[in-house]
Design a protein. Structure first.
Length: 263
């Protein structure tokens, strides 16, 4: 006599799993369809939501064709817009907006490192030749910088200003060690003094250093083009736990980034 198997299941439990799969597939195809007419801003939002990182895209197809010429390795830096600096990482993007709006990108270079923002100012935007007196435009820029960081001073570890000069192009009038060092030091000092007078943070966290012609970013060849690059003021703003980063390390990181961009 055969025993009757007592099976309380209906035999259709597999349909629950199948139904879930169909629902997920439908959701996936709806997502694909919505992306067929997505613009770059929606794409950035989507990738940021999925990965937690920003995405840089090129211009979109105005005909509604979706993302145009999306570069390989699309996950990267995006032109983030910030209305005010609330977190330390907002500072770079806030300054970048200012540089673009003021159309001074040829005179000001920005670099975002791990826990720091590094700004390079070409000498002619801050000082006249052989002068350590801040130009009016320099004061405006420094005022903007001071206002930008006053809300996050508790997150800042240190502000350093570096002054640099260029080697004289005329062999008959070489730089003197005293004049070279003093000029670069005075320029860095005056940058820090201007910021310190705004009472934005503890003066002990504000440092100035003058290097003269000893830290060129382009080899000295006597040409004016090279001298323009080497005559500069740099400002390093670090996060509270990143104050020990050296200038050499910053330069190495900038060079690596520039190499990647050139490729």
């Amino acid at each position: 006599m055969k025993r009757k198997i007592n099976d309380s299941s209906s035999g259709y439990n597999w349909m629950d799993t199948y139904g879930d799969m169909v629902t997920l597939l439908l959701t996936f195809f709806v997502l694909l369809y919505s992306m067929s007419t997505i613009d770059s801003n929606k794409w950035k939002v989507l990738v940021t939501a999925l990965t937690g990182r920003y995405v840089q895209t090129s211009q979109t197809d105005n005909k509604g064709g979706g993302i145009a010429d999306l570069p390989s390795g699309a996950i990267g830096e995006v032109d983030k817009k910030v209305d005010e600096v609330i977190e330390f990482d907002d500072l770079y993007y806030y300054l970048k907006q200012y540089v673009e709006e003021q159309d001074i990108g040829s005179e000001v270079n920005l670099h975002k490192g791990d826990g720091y923002t590094f700004i390079t100012f070409r000498n002619n935007i801050f000082f006249d030749g052989d002068s350590a007196v801040l130009r009016p435009q320099a004061k405006e820029i420094l005022d903007f910088l001071g206002d930008a960081i006053k809300g996050i001073t508790d997150q800042i570890g240190e502000i350093r200003a570096y002054g640099h000069t260029a080697r004289a192009g005329n062999a008959d009038q070489p730089n003197t060690v005293e004049g070279d060092r003093v000029l670069s030091s005075l320029r860095a000092v005056n940058v820090i003094i201007h910021l310190q007078k705004k009472n934005i943070m503890e003066p002990s966290k504000m440092v100035s250093e003058g290097y003269g012609e000893t830290r060129p970013i382009a080899p000295h060849d006597g040409t004016e083009k090279t001298r323009i690059k080497n005559r500069r003021v740099e400002i390093y703003i670090s996060k509270a736990d990143k104050s020990n980063i050296t200038l050499e390390k910053i330069y190495n990181e900038i060079n690596k980034d520039n190499t990647v961009k050139e490729k």
